[in-house]
Design a protein around this ligand. Structure first.
Ligand code: ZN
Length: 157
């Protein structure tokens, strides 16, 4: 069976984030709220971002699903809090490359603890679990940017 390889996949750091998720909850003043599902596995999260201009000043998530999806979301929130959208884009790109099996990305310090998820590259069925949080984040930033382009808060009623 796949038990041995699954054991390698579910490393301590992943289980720690799954059992004690960071930044779980909701925000009083969310700029964007993004629900995202992975029907293949049944994972679901709702990601809330509080933006200060181009910077993610705070973020929270709620959700449920497999340990990969929830731990990946928890790690993502720690990595991007306080960062600008362009910095987040770079990190997200590296994370995506790592999950798709890029060895250089898997050793890139910018990914910090999220490198614990590098093993997901060997389990194609779990790729969508690991990317769920980053897909939600990208959609949230895009929605916020689109809204900022068309609506100037100074002139909004
Ligand atoms: Zn999953």
């Amino acid at each position: 069976m796949a038990d041995a390889s699954l054991t390698a996949l579910y490393q301590d750091i992943i289980l720690d984030h799954y059992r004690r998720p960071r930044n779980k909850g909701t925000l009083d003043r969310a700029s964007v709220s993004v629900p995202m599902r992975n029907p293949l596995c049944g994972d679901e999260i709702t990601l809330e971002l509080e933006m200060n201009g181009d910077e993610i000043s705070d973020l929270r998530f709620t959700g449920r699903g497999c340990s990969i999806s929830q731990a990946s979301t928890s790690m993502m929130t720690e990595m991007v809090k306080g960062k600008r959208a362009d910095e987040v884009g770079v990190i997200g790109e590296r994370f995506r490359a790592m999950i798709m099996g890029d060895a250089d990305a898997a050793s890139d310090a910018v990914l910090d603890k999220a490198r614990a998820l590098a093993g997901v590259a060997r389990f194609p069925a779990r790729v969508k679990c690991a990317l769920l949080a980053w897909n939600a984040l990208e959609r949230g930033l895009a929605e916020f940017a689109a809204r900022s382009d068309t609506a100037d808060p100074e002139t909004e009623r």
